[in-house]
Design a protein around this ligand. Structure first.
Ligand code: TYD
Ligand code: MG
Length: 451
C-alpha cells in the first residue's frame, strides 16, 4: 500500500518512488517525500477534478465579508505578545525558529505557564525531552509553569489524538523536527516529514481552533533546516536569535498575518528563565566604552528606536586577502562600507584585518547602520575616539556609493532616543552631507591625528 509520493522541489514532478535525480528537470536530490493525496469518490490523481459536476460557489465583495472579533490570548510576556501583534490569535499556527540552546523551550514553557495560570487550557508536547526533564526546567520558571499539562511523544498520530481529546486552547509542539508521521518512510526532521507533520497539525489546529506554537531548530548546515520549508504554511514566523553564550536574545517576526513584522522583543537569560529587557538602550549605552573603535548607533528595531554600541578593531594582517569578520551586521554591507571609506574618505584597510561587532549579540539589518560601521572602523584605524565631548558619539545614516550620506527612516525618533540618553548632537545625513565630512566632525582632521 503506497501511501507516499515523491515530489521534486524544483519542478514539481511527481514520482511513485525515490530517485536521486529528478526525471523531470534532471536536478539532483530535489525529490522529497510527501503523503499521497486521498482519493475522494474514486476521483482522478493528484489535484483531481470532479469531472465538471461541481457547482460554482458564490463570491462576495470584501466589504461584505464578516470579520469575527477574535480575542487574543495574552501570553503574559509583554515582549512576546508585542512581537505577535498583541497576543496569540486562536486557531493560528506560529513557527518559532532559532538555534539550539537559544531559549525556545524556556520561552514557550513560560508562556504556557502564564496562560494556564490565567485559566486557559494548554498542552506542551515535547519530542525532545522527557517529562522529567521538562519538569526540571519548569521548576526554575515559577509556579505557573508546573501546572502545564505535558506530553512527551514523537508519534504524530498520538499527538493529534491527544490534542483532539484534551482540546487545549494553546498547544506547543517542541519541536516540529522530532515528530514522526508514520505514513512516510523518511526520518523525523527530513523535509518531507517536517512538511507533513506541520500540515497535519495545521489542519487539526484550524479545525479545533487551537493556537499552536511550533518550535523549529535552525541548523547552520541547512540539511535539517525544516523551518524554511514551513514558512509559507504558517501564519507567523518568529525568529529567536542572539548568541548562546551572551545573555541578550532578540525575538523578531519575519512574517505575521496578524500584525507588523517590525516588532522586536529583547530578552535576557537569567537563572529563573527569560526576563524582558524593557529599556535595552539604557543597558547598551551604559556599557558603551567611548574608546577608539566604538560608536553608538541609533538604530530602529521595528517601531522602537534602539541605541546599540558598534565596535571595530583594525590590525595589520598577515593574510592575503585580509580578514573581514563581523557580528550583527551583514558581511556585504561591511565590504561596501570599507570600499567607500577607502575610495571617498581616505581610510584604506586593504592590508589590515577588520573586525566589527554589534555589542550584546544584537543584529542590525538596516542601511542606517552604515555610518556607525564606517565611523567605528575609521576611529579604530586612526586610533582616535569618536566622541561628542565626554559622551560616546551617536550616529545613524546610510552611505551611498559616491561617498554621500543618505537619510533613513525615523530620523527624528532616532535623534530623540539619543537625546534621551544625553548623546546629542547626533551625527547623520542631516548634519553631514558626506562621509568625509562626518569623519571630520567625529574624529577631527587626519593630519591632526597623524601629528
Ligand atoms: P532552552 O530553552 O532549552 O533552549 P532551546 O529550547 O532553544 O534549545 O534553554 C537554553 C539555555 O538556557 C539552556 O542551555 C539553559 C539556559 N537556561 C538558563 O540559563 N536559565 C533558565 O532558567 C533556563 C530555564 C534555562
Ligand atoms: Mg528546546
Amino acid at each position: 500500500m503506497a501511501k507516499s509520493i515523491w515530489v521534486c522541489g524544483a519542478c514539481g514532478h511527481v514520482e511513485a518512488k525515490w530517485h536521486g535525480q529528478c526525471p523531470g528537470c534532471n536536478e539532483w536530490n530535489t525529490l522529497a517525500e510527501e503523503a499521497a493525496p486521498a482519493r475522494i469518490g474514486g476521483g482522478g490523481a493528484r489535484g483531481g477534478g470532479s469531472g465538471g459536476r461541481a457547482r460554482a460557489a458564490r463570491v462576495v465583495a470584501l466589504r461584505d465579508v464578516q470579520t469575527p472579533q477574535v480575542e487574543r490570548l495574552q501570553t503574559g510576556i509583554g515582549e512576546f505578545d508585542r512581537v505577535l501583534g498583541g497576543g496569540l490569535v486562536p486557531g493560528s499556527l506560529v513557527l518559532l525558529g532559532g538555534s539550539p540552546g537559544i531559549g525556545k523551550s524556556t520561552l514557550t514553557n513560560m508562556a504556557l505557564g502564564n496562560l494556564q495560570a490565567a485559566g486557559r487550557q494548554t498542552l506542551y508536547v515535547s519530542g525532545e525531552e522527557s517529562a522529567a526533564q521538562i519538569r526540571l526546567r519548569a521548576a526554575r520558571l515559577g509556579a505557573g509553569a508546573l501546572d502545564v499539562p505535558v506530553l512527551a511523544e514523537t508519534d504524530l498520530e498520538t499527538v493529534l489524538a491527544t490534542i483532539a481529546a484534551e482540546r487545549p486552547e494553546v498547544c506547543v509542539i517542541d519541536s516540529v523536527q522530532t515528530l514522526h508521521a508514520p505514513e512516510l518512510t523518511g526520518a523525523p526532521g527530513s523535509v518531507g516529514q517536517v512538511r507533513e507533520v506541520a500540515s497535519q497539525i495545521m489542519r487539526a489546529a484550524k479545525g479545533a481552533g487551537v493556537a499552536v506554537l511550533l518550535v523549529g531548530h535552525v541548523t547552520k548546515e541547512g540539511a535539517l533546516a525544516g523551518p524554511r520549508v514551513l514558512e509559507h504554511l504558517v501564519d507567523c514566523v518568529l525568529q529567536f536569535e542572539g548568541e548562546r553564550e551572551r545573555t541578550y536574545r532578540t525575538l523578531r517576526a519575519l512574517k505575521n498575518r496578524f500584525g507588523s513584522t517590525n516588532e522586536t522583543g529583547v530578552f535576557e537569560m537569567h537563572q529563573g528563565g527569560l526576563v524582558e529587557v524593557l529599556d535595552p538602550s539604557a543597558r547598551f549605552v551604559g556599557e558603551a566604552t567611548g574608546k577608539p573603535g566604538s560608536v553608538v548607533l541609533a538604530a530602529m528595531e521595528g517601531t522602537r528606536p534602539l541605541l546599540v554600541e558598534v565596535q571595530a578593531l583594525v590590525s595589520p594582517s598577515e593574510l592575503v586577502p585580509p580578514r573581514r569578520v563581523c557580528n550583527g551586521i551583514d558581511r556585504n554591507r561591511l565590504a561596501l562600507v570599507l570600499a567607500v571609506l577607502a575610495r571617498h574618505a581616505g581610510v584604506g584597510t586593504g592590508t589590515q584585518d577588520v573586525f566589527v561587532n554589534v555589542v550584546g549579540g544584537v543584529r542590525v539589518d538596516e542601511p542606517g547602520a552604515d555610518l556607525a560601521v564606517a565611523l567605528a572602523v575609521a576611529s579604530a584605524a586612526r586610533g582616535v575616539a569618536a566622541s561628542a565631548g565626554e559622551r560616546p558619539l551617536a550616529c545613524f545614516g546610510e552611505i551611498g556609493l559616491t561617498g554621500e550620506l543618505r537619510s533613513v527612516a525615523h530620523g527624528d525618533r532616532r535623534a530623540e532616543e539619543a537625546a534621551k540618553f544625553g548623546l546629542s548632537p547626533v551625527l547623520s545625513a542631516e548634519t553631514a552631507p558626506t562621509l568625509r565630512q562626518a569623519l571630520r566632525a567625529a574624529l577631527g582632521s587626519p593630519a591632526a591625528a597623524a601629528a
